[in-house]
Design a protein around this ligand. Sequence first.
Ligand SMILES: Cc1cc2nc3c(=O)[nH]c(=O)nc-3n(C[C@H](O)[C@H](O)[C@H](O)COP(=O)(O)O)c2cc1C
Length: 212
Amino acid sequence: MLLSQAARLHPQKRTIRDFSTREVSDEVLNRVLAAAFKAPTNDHLHQLEFVVVRGHDNIAHLISPVAQNTQEIQQTMIKASAGEMDTDEHAMFIDALPKQQRMLMQSNCLVLPFFRQKDCPLCHPVEQSSLNYFASAWAAMENILLAATAEGLACAFRIPIANEAEHVKQIVKAPADYEFTCFLAIGYAAPDAHLCKQKEICIEERIHPNRW
Ligand SMILES: Cc1cc2nc3c(=O)[nH]c(=O)nc-3n(C[C@H](O)[C@H](O)[C@H](O)COP(=O)(O)O)c2cc1C
């Protein structure tokens, strides 16, 4: 992808949590996932693998802890922090939390990206560079989101919480040295898909010449 194309796609790349019933073909999905391997990667490794899950029962089995985990945080978090969150953040949570389970089911194309985590356990880094594998996986994720946007697709992802990553790793029989990034739903947007308001950022205020 040319730099100018990527720059044009960034403003269009949005999180969509409402999908239509239109199926994503394997051909389109392969093109989208291939973009992951064009992202920068530590040590030139590209140690990414994808499990693609389709079918109501298969997806439901994989995401079975999501509903309860989300309900628990939903009840405590939204009420408790309504006064503390800024309004855009609060509005996003009000829309997103009730859709966590549904969005993963609805697209009927659930991608589970895994990355090899060599040497240092992911949750016990000894220095910043111990997270290079994780960082590379997320650079690849952004490429996937941009490639999906270029194909006219919509995406939503959920970061696994509590027991969700272990549950997924066990079900798909992921190798022990591979870690799970997120549940990534890829599909076509529903005609009335909700778009959360994006934050208005003044770029000049975020760039500090020579020193902060
Ligand atoms: C690190 C990270 C974690 C996120 N976790 C979730 C999540 O668990 N569930 C979800 O629906 N969206 C999640 N999102 C998506 C954000 O909520 C989304 O980007 C935000 O609402 C802004 O919308 P936009 O992407 O359309 O600009 C996450 C995004 C990031 C970068």
